[in-house]
Design a protein around this ligand. Structure first.
Ligand code: T5A
Length: 213
């Protein structure tokens, strides 16, 4: 089977960490052990510096929506060209904790960034590079934020208002509905049920990939 890029997406507290463990487990069951992990923003030395700036800002300077977007795409350009594409080219599978769909949802939906600017940037930075599969963990933002809060301090983006996350979720759901490579899972269920649903969907997808290889 050719190597693939699988992405986990969702609001804060959706359970992406636990989902990544299930993906690793299922890949192992299908004999796939050469796996590279990425997170966005981040994943290269330069992208990790940008991650800190995006999440925390600097010296209380207001981070404009455009600067935030450009930093996210600068980090993504570094990660895709220096890590993801080389890994796929040598035959490794890549599991991404977030990718471009986050920008479409948070910056496009949450921040309300001009759609033309978003699509122009995506085309310029990524061309036609897309994940083979995206697992979108859907949950009400209030629940996700409650989980994230229980874990510790909230960063700059996590401190946004509930309506910001409602808009982000609406955009995630709208994009997922129109894209067959995005699988939506109910992440408000107890963890064991989410994990079972993930196993089932991934197993079916991996079987299909095997058939076509
Ligand atoms: N961002 C990112 C953008 O705005 N645009 C972009 O283009 C990109 C790439 C990234 C931030 O940047 C923004 C989005 C983010 O705000 P981050 O630190 O990577 O920052 O933030 P998150 O990805 O949101 O990471 P979190 O750790 O908050 O979310 P997870 O990984 O989904 O949460 P997880 O798995 O740690 O779970 C949180 C807690 O909930 C529990 C877990 O045990 C854990 O304690 N939990 C459950 N409890 C009960 N039932 C379940 N089903 C549960 N699932 C998880």
């Amino acid at each position: 089977m050719d190597s693939k890029f699988i992405v986990i997406e969702g609001l804060e507290g959706a359970g992406k960490t636990s989902a990544i463990n299930v993906v690793v487990e299922m890949l192992g069951r299908h004999g796939i052990h050469d796996v590279v992990f990425t997170r966005e923003p981040g994943g290269t030395p330069l992208a990790e510096v940008l991650r800190r700036l995006i999440k925390d800002g600097i010296d209380n300077e207001k981070v404009t929506d455009k600067a935030e977007l450009l930093m996210l795409y600068a980090a993504r350009a570094q990660l895709v060209e220096n890590v993801i594409k080389p890994a796929l080219a040598r035959g490794a599978w890549v599991i991404g904790d977030r990718h471009d769909l986050s920008s479409q949802a948070y910056q496009g939906g949450g921040r309300g960034v001009d759609p033309t600017l978003l699509s122009t940037l995506r085309d310029l930075v990524l061309g036609d590079f897309r994940p083979h599969l995206t697992l979108y963990l859907d949950l009400p933002p209030a629940l996700g934020l409650q989980r994230a809060r229980a874990r510790g301090e909230l960063d700059r983006i996590e401190q946004e208002s509930l309506p910001f996350f409602e808009r982000t979720r609406m955009r995630y759901r709208a994009l997922a509905m129109g894209d067959p490579t995005i699988v939506t899972l109910d992440a408000s269920l107890p963890l064991a049920q989410v994990r079972d649903a993930l196993r089932e969907r991934l197993d079916a997808w991996l079987n299909t990939q095997e058939l076509h290889s």
